[in-house]
Design a protein around this ligand. Structure first.
Ligand SMILES: [Zn+2]
Length: 279
């Protein structure tokens, strides 16, 4: 599933092609792809609108329009946004779920093989994004804000990082990478973390996300950025999907466990399952 760096990459790649364009026609081909409103008012409210901006919040893409509405897209597992010619077979292809004909002659197509992706048109962003926690790369997001969200929780720190209400945009890849960099075992309860560990975790989250954005994200089976550009961060992963390979820091084989149903990768030497101060 695309996480913050991959969505950020998609936004950066699409923005120059979309901002300033008008939506001349639109359709939704798979009903469940459209979360809200109903198809008729979705199309009615979009027609003739100009795209005035494209941004990201957590793992959501936000299309600002010259109306009171915003078009919101969540790619989930396999969603892709592509700009094609209007006569492209992709527009009505087997995986096409929605399309938007644009002024200038091109078409924005939302394809989604596994159909988990969702689209909203919303006047109130809070209705869709209200539960999201802080943006990890915003300057206001400091270690104290992270501490306030995990300090009293008995839940495993890996599960807390995946909780979009704790911090927005982190998924399985960057949670594992950040915990490795911070030297924190993924099963440690939030309330067991010291101030020092939370500071290390905060710095590690920002480091891995910035590194990944600079590499245009991680390209795994389900995610490819538009236009065939491929992210390169998979070549720099330290623990994610590196099971049995040597830890880049100490050489111990990386282990894989399940945490809340998700594959979790860590170094048992560098990420001990008790606080270092108690060792
Ligand atoms: Zn290690």
């Amino acid at each position: 599933m695309p996480e913050l760096p991959e969505v950020e990459t998609v936004v950066a790649q699409l923005r120059p092609h979309l901002v300033g364009r008008r939506i001349l026609a639109a359709d939704v081909l798979w009903p469940r792809t459209l979360a809200a409103p109903d198809r008729t008012s979705f199309i009615e409210r979009l027609l003739g609108r100009q795209i005035t901006g494209l941004s990201r919040r957590g793992k959501y893409l936000l299309f600002e329009l010259d109306s009171d509405d915003a078009l919101i897209v969540h790619l989930r597992m396999t969603g892709r946004l592509e700009i094609v010619e209007r006569d492209s077979p992709l527009r009505e292809g087997p995986h096409a779920r929605a399309w938007f004909d644009l002024s200038g002659g091109e078409c924005l197509v939302f394809t989604d093989a596994r159909k988990f992706g969702r689209i909203w048109l919303a006047r109130d962003l809070g209705e869709v994004l209200g539960a999201l926690g802080p943006e990890p790369l915003d300057w206001e997001f400091d270690a104290a804000r992270l501490a306030a969200r995990i300090r009293r929780r008995r839940v495993a720190v890996k599960a807390l990082l995946l909780d979009q209400a704790v911090v927005a945009g982190i998924g399985n890849i960057y949670a594992d990478e950040a915990l490795f960099l911070a030297g924190i075992h993924p099963l440690r309860p939030g309330l067991s973390l010291s101030d020092d560990e939370i500071e290390r975790l905060h710095a590690a989250i920002r480091q891995v996300l910035r590194e990944a954005i600079s590499q245009q994200g991680t390209t795994l089976r389900d995610y490819r950025p538009p236009y065939g550009l491929e992210g390169a961060y998979q070549n720099q992963l330290r623990v994610y999907q590196q099971t049995d390979l040597p830890c880049p820091r100490c050489g111990t084989p990386i282990q894989r466990i399940r945490v809340t149903q998700r594959s979790t990768h860590f170094c048992p030497q560098c990420q001990p399952d008790f606080p270092r101060s108690a060792a």
